[in-house]
Design a protein around this ligand. Sequence first.
Ligand code: AMP
Ligand code: MG
Length: 423
Amino acid sequence: MWSLTRFYSNPVARGIWLYAKEQLSMIGFNKALDIILREIEPLDIIEVSLSQAFGMVLAEDVCSDMDIPPFDKSAMDGYAVRSRDLVDAPATLSVLATVAAGSTHRGAAGKGQCVRIMTGAPVPEGFDAVVMFEETEEREGKALFTRKVKQGQNICARGEDVKAGERVLVRGSIIQGPEIAVLASVGHVQCRVYRRPVVSVLPTGSEIVEPDEAVGKGMIRNSNGPMLTGLAASLGMDVRYLGIGNDREEELRELIEAGLKTDMLLISGGVSMGDYDLVPAMLRACGADIKLHRVRIKPGKPLLFAKSGGCVIVGIPGNPVSNFTTFNVFIKPALYRMMGRLVYAPRFVDARLAHAVEKKGKRTHLMPSMYRLEKGVYEVTTLKLNGSADIIGCAGCNCLLFVDEGEQNLGRGDKVPILLLDG
Ligand code: AMP
Ligand code: MG
């Protein structure tokens, strides 16, 4: 007769049951990312001066306060001419004056006249083209032109880039090279941007020592702390390193409480099923609301995401490779969202697999890999790792190969999606 006790005492049935339960309780990669991003709002809006704005995200649309260029401008060093004077070229014109950038020339443009003009100088009234020095010869106040010219040639017309009042930047854009130059060009010296997130980093584990400390028996060096700190700083975050938390309740609780005062708390280690994985319980004790725990990804399955007040908490299983992959696929988009970045798409490209890949199990695999461009095609090779602790084998990683839940083994030459991590 069927009984629960008999079912549980059968190791095969019990195994199937536990596996099914785990699968049901775990969330897929896309759903997990959705949950995380849905829970995050851009931070408050502040005003900064232009010199502080680089790397921040605009919280406003910006319009130009003037026509750009603000005047008809010479694009070349040469002669400003009247195109109609050169219809029967070759022709000789008399040189009236010289206009440098930053100065102006007033006076009528008469028939048969031209003006020496430098790049960036305003084209004087009446002239409608510029011929570059290289195509002319000047002798005793006369310049010889061998060819006719088109009206408007080598002139940047007033307002051709943008007209006064037109929008030049949209809310949600990150301010980098061109954007800061645009702000400067339109005189937008006070900018409304989203506040830079403050990110705290808390590596946990009683076996962890700082890299400059002696490595006692059973201990390993803290590689996650420097990695998470560096990765967050590279995105422009204001990073607070909290130091290593031992696997002791009170100590962890205190450090978590310090971290909860920041915008995002990154905790490495202590989120799995071990006896000393105290992070979930300590988060609950601090009043945090755990939104997800365990995702169908490899590595990084025990990933935890929680919120407490204004703080977003990401608990990452301690193995360093999980820290690296998880940062790139979950934490980075989450931080960009906090920064208010709307114009952002992870850089996925199709690549050609350089060798066969064996996939074990159903979870989405995020494989640290290296790509190189072969005649315009991304060719990807996975790094040979001894599991998710092997950060040594990750050196040089410049992309992650995604093998979806539905996929199984892949063959050499297969088209596969990779997430570019460099640049
Ligand atoms: P845990 O998730 O705490 O069970 O840790 C999983 C594995 O990652 C263990 O072998 C830890 O020793 C290792 N680990 C945890 N934290 C770090 C760290 N900060 N740096 C390097 N390895 C770590
Ligand atoms: Mg641990």
